[in-house]
Write a protein of this length. Structure first.
Length: 316
């Protein structure tokens, strides 16, 4: 049995898994071994790895893509060590900033660990498995466009919206469908068109909600920080509010469906900021969690606001 687990948030994670699926399909591995495709968030990643590896039927291969290593993931090393002694081959492809000591530990422990912040995860996976494949090249190109926010391809933006629309375990069947279509290079399938039609109203309503509920925190030594939330990906929220508050120094978006938080800024090291909340990511964009975001529906807790102010002040 082979298990591929990827970040469910965006096109980079889903695209990485599509390339992995394409590689396995082309190599006829699926005819010989059962392949399971899983999706994870930073909140449930460790638990999902525990379930995958702490079973009688341990996979012969575990492929992880587009998941960085946060400080709270330390217990993974024990699971990996046990799994490897039981014959599991572990490969991890990532592009988030990870401490050098952690990278060294992973490289010495698992079969393959590739981390390159200059490429998105789908590019790394493509270069490892299918470097000369046109479909994989296109998937990686679209994934880079959304992950590095170059905004060159409308199809990439559309796919990102569809993936965000289908977040959550109850939509895994749709994510599996996206992975399958992408793996075949069917980027303009009619199902994608129907999804775009379905999400139009949702995207507009939640974007308006995010703008209406945006809160500006002014820090004398830093500048303005804008915080907002909606039933929308945190990254999308930061992009929406940035259009209204272009002079703000940092943007925090809270996906209220899952209480997951994204910070985006060109004026502070977002990864270092997020590490204080057991998060991680990139210099300009990172994710983290907080146990008590809201006091009441649509009312941010004072402890959350206070801790955000306290942490950002350290970057002033």
């Amino acid at each position: 049995m082979i298990v591929s687990i990827t970040h469910e948030h965006d096109l980079d994670g889903i695209g990485s898994q599509a390339i992995i699926k394409r590689h396995l399909d082309l190599s006829s591995v699926v005819l010989k071994k059962k392949v399971i495709y899983e999706f994870a968030t930073y909140v449930d990643f460790v638990e999902k790895i525990r379930v995958i590896l702490d079973t009688d039927k341990i996979p012969s291969k575990l492929i992880i893509s587009d998941i960085g290593f946060n400080d709270s993931f330390e217990e993974l090393f024990a699971y990996f060590e046990t799994a490897i002694t039981r014959g599991c081959k572990i490969l991890w492809f990532d592009h988030h900033i990870v401490d050098d000591l952690i990278k060294e530990r992973l490289r010495n422990l698992i079969d393959t660990y590739v981390n390159d912040p200059e490429r998105c995860a789908a590019e790394i996976v493509k270069d490892f498995y299918l470097p000369g494949d046109d479909i994989s090249n296109n998937i990686a190109k679209f994934a880079r466009d959304t992950d590095f926010r170059t905004e060159l391809f409308e199809v990439a933006s559309d796919l990102q919206s569809i993936i965000s629309f289908n977040r959550g375990a109850h939509n895994d069947h749709n994510k599996h469908r996206i992975v399958k279509l992408l793996s075949k290079g069917d980027f303009e399938n009619e199902w994608f068109s129907s999804q775009l039609e379905s999400l139009k109203q949702w995207l507009e309503e939640e974007s308006v909600f995010a703008l209406e509920h945006a809160i500006t925190i002014s820090l004398e030594s830093f500048g303005d920080v804008v915080i907002s939330w909606a039933k929308l990906g945190g990254g999308k929220i930061t992009k929406v509010v940035r259009q209204k508050f272009p002079r703000a120094k940092a943007f925090i978006g809270i996906d209220s469906r899952h209480n997951e938080i994204i910070i985006h800024s060109n004026f502070l090291n977002c990864r270092e900021f997020a590490k204080a909340f057991e998060g991680g990511g990139h210099k300009e964009r990172a994710g983290f969690k907080y146990s008590h975001i809201f006091d009441n529906p649509n009312v941010l807790s004072q402890s959350f606001i206070r801790d955000i102010k306290k942490r950002i002040s350290k970057f002033s």
